[in-house]
Design a protein around this ligand. Structure first.
Ligand SMILES: [Mn+2]
Length: 425
C-alpha cells in the first residue's frame, strides 16, 4: 500500500530476568526459563524484520536490573545489529528497571539506533518513504522517577505521524509501581497520534484512536501472576499519514504461563479429578500450540473431592502424577503448582441448626465475619498463636495476600471438615 508505513511497538523485555514464584522446576525447565527472555527478544527482532516494519519502538525495561548482566547486553546488541543490517531503525527509552545511571557494557550503538536521553523529551524526525515520522521520547535517569514526564511531550508538525515513547504508570494502575505517574488527559494534551507505552506488563489499550494509547505488555511472561499469564509479545502498527489504520498483537514469547482453573463441584473423586485436569491441560496445549507451558492449576468450588484433597500430601502427590504424565515433551509442559481452593460439600445451613462443637465454631466464625477489622485482627492473632511465625507467614504469603475473610473461610472449612470426618468414624 503506497503512503502507508508499519512499525512495531514493544516494551519490558526484562532480558535475563530471574523468574519468580515458581515452585521447584525440573532442570530442563530451569534452563528453558533462563533462555526465554533472550529468545523472546530474538523473536521480536525476527518479527520486526519479517513484517517489513520501518522501525521498532522499545518503551523501557530492556534489562531487568540496573546492574545489567553482560549476557543480556550482548544479546540486545546482537539483535540491534540484525535490525540495523536489515535497514530497520530502533528507538529506545529506558525505564525504572534499566535507568541511564546503570552500568553499560555497550559504548557505541549500531547505525539507526536512537537511545533517548533523560534531561528532557527529545524529538527525532525520520523519513519513511515519502513520509516524515516524529518520535518523541525520554529515558529515566534513575530508578525512581516521580515527575510527570508526559508533560514534556509536544507534537512536532500537524500532518506527519507523531509518536510518544514513554515508560510510565498512566492512570494510577495500583498493581504496578507509580513511576512517572500521569493521566490520559496529560497524554491527550501532547497531541500525539500514538502513545507507545511501557511499564504495565499486561497488554492493554487505554484508548483506541484519537490518539491511540497502548501498552504492548512484556515480551515474555515472568511468573504465574495474572499480569504475567497468557500470550506475550508486541504490537504491529500500520499507519498512513498521521492516521493509525490498524494495531495488532503478535506473540513472541517462548514459555507461556497459563492458569488452569477447574471447578470441583461435579468431580466424584481423586481419579476423576486427575482425568479432568489432564483434559484441561491438553486443551491448554492445543490453544497454545508451539509454546512451552508453565501451568498453575487452581481448584475451586464446593464438592465431595475437597475433603480427600485436604489430606496430608494429597495435592502434592496429584501434582507429581500430572508432571510425570507430561515428562519429556518438547515444547514442554510443567505443572508449576496446584492451588487448592476447593471447599468440602458441607451443608452449612444444616450445620448451624445443630447443637455441637461444629455448630459453635461456625457461630463464632459468623460473629467474626460481621466486622472486617475484628476478623483481620483475629487472623493476624491466630497466626501468632501458632508459635511458628515464619511458617505461618509463609503460609499466609502463599495464599497470595488473600483477604482475611478468605483466609478465615479456608481455615473454618478445614476445621469443620476435620471435625465432620472425625464424627463419621
Ligand atoms: Mn517492566
Amino acid at each position: 500500500m503506497s503512503g502507508s508505513l508499519r512499525f512495531v511497538h514493544a516494551a519490558d523485555l526484562h532480558l535475563d530476568t530471574p523468574f519468580q514464584g515458581i515452585a521447584g522446576p525440573a532442570p530442563g525447565v530451569v534452563q528453558a526459563l533462563q533462555e526465554a527472555s533472550l529468545q523472546a527478544w530474538d523473536n521480536l527482532v525476527t518479527l520486526t524484520i519479517e513484517s517489513e516494519a520501518a522501525f521498532l519502538l522499545i518503551a523501557g525495561d530492556i534489562y531487568d536490573g540496573a546492574d545489567r548482566g553482560v549476557r543480556a547486553q550482548l544479546r540486545f546488541l546482537d539483535g540491534l545489529r540484525r535490525l540495523s543490517a536489515a535497514g530497520v531503525e530502533t528507538f529506545v527509552v529506558h525505564g525504572n528497571h534499566d535507568p541511564l545511571d546503570g552500568w553499560s557494557a555497550v559504548k557505541e550503538w549500531p547505525g539507526g539506533v536512537t537511545v533517548f536521553g533523560s534531561d528532557a523529551v527529545e524529538s527525532v524526525a525520520t523519513r519513511v518513504g515519502r513520509q516524515t515520522v516524529h518520535v518523541h521520547g525520554i529515558s529515566y535517569r534513575t530508578r525512581d522517577v516521580q515527575d510527570n514526564l508526559a508533560k514534556g511531550f509536544k507534537r512536532s508538525r500537524a500532518k506527519s505521524l507523531n509518536i510518544g515513547l514513554l515508560h510510565a504508570n498512566v492512570g494510577g494502575n495500583a498493581e504496578h509501581a507509580s513511576y512517572a505517574p500521569c493521566s490520559l488527559t496529560d497524554l491527550d494534551a501532547a497531541g500525539m497520534d500514538y502513545w507507545a507505552l511501557g511499564h504495565i506488563h499486561k497488554q492493554q489499550f487505554l484508548r483506541e484512536g484519537g490518539p491511540w494509547v497502548a501498552y504492548s505488555g512484556d515480551t515474555q511472561g515472568r511468573s504465574p501472576k495474572p499480569s504475567e499469564t497468557g500470550p506475550k509479545g508486541a504490537l504491529v502498527v500500520d499507519a498512513s499519514g498521521s492516521t493509525i489504520d490498524s494495531v495488532r498483537f503478535e506473540p513472541v514469547d517462548v514459555v507461556r504461563f497459563v492458569t488452569c482453573t477447574v471447578d470441583v463441584h461435579d468431580v466424584a473423586d481423586v481419579p476423576a479429578l486427575q482425568s479432568r485436569l489432564v483434559e484441561s491441560v491438553d486443551e491448554l496445549r492445543r490453544a497454545n500450540a508451539e509454546r512451552s507451558l508453565l501451568v498453575r492449576v487452581v481448584l475451586e468450588g464446593r464438592g465431595p473431592v475437597a475433603s480427600d484433597l485436604h489430606r496430608e500430601g494429597a495435592v502434592a502427590d496429584l501434582c507429581g502424577e500430572l508432571r510425570a504424565g507430561y515428562e519429556g515433551l518438547d515444547p514442554f509442559v510443567w505443572v508449576e503448582s496446584i492451588k487448592d481452593r476447593s471447599r468440602g460439600g458441607l451443608d452449612l445451613g444444616a450445620l448451624r441448626e445443630r447443637d455441637d462443637f461444629s455448630a459453635e465454631l461456625l457461630s463464632l466464625a459468623d460473629g467474626l465475619a460481621a466486622d472486617s477489622d475484628v476478623m483481620a485482627a483475629f487472623v493476624e492473632g491466630a497466626g501468632g498463636m501458632l508459635g511458628r511465625p515464619g511458617q505461618v507467614e509463609r503460609a499466609l504469603r502463599d495464599l497470595e495476600a488473600e483477604a482475611p475473610d478468605e483466609v478465615m473461610a479456608e481455615a473454618l472449612e478445614l476445621a469443620l471438615d476435620g471435625l465432620e470426618r472425625e464424627a463419621d468414624r
